[in-house]
Design a protein around this ligand. Structure first.
Ligand SMILES: [Zn+2]
Length: 82
C-alpha cells in the first residue's frame, strides 16, 4: 500500500489533496440533504467527497497515515523495514 490515491465514494482521490476527514457523520438538519450520515472528506478548492461508512472513512485515515509515513521514510522504502 504505497499508493498516493485512496478510493472514496467510487473516486480515486489523491491523498495530498485531502485537507481533513470528519470524525462524525454529517448532519446539517436540511430535509433534502443527500449527505446526511456520511463522512465528509474535505479537499482543496472547496471540494468534498463523502465516505459512505465509518469503515470507508477509516480506510481513508489509514491510507493517509501510510502515505505520511512514506513521506517521512522517503525514497520508496518498505514501510515494514526499520
Ligand atoms: Zn447536509
Amino acid at each position: 500500500m504505497s499508493s498516493a490515491f485512496c478510493k472514496i465514494d467510487d473516486k480515486f482521490v489523491p491523498l495530498y489533496r485531502i485537507l481533513w476527514i470528519s470524525e462524525v457523520p454529517h448532519f446539517c438538519g436540511e430535509e433534502d440533504c443527500i449527505c446526511e450520515g456520511m463522512y465528509e472528506v474535505r479537499l482543496e478548492q472547496d471540494e468534498s467527497v463523502w465516505a459512505q461508512s465509518p469503515a470507508e472513512r477509516d480506510l481513508v485515515v489509514t491510507a493517509m497515515e501510510q502515505w505520511c509515513k512514506g513521506q517521512d521514510g522517503g525514497l520508496g522504502g518498505d514501510p515494514d523495514e526499520p
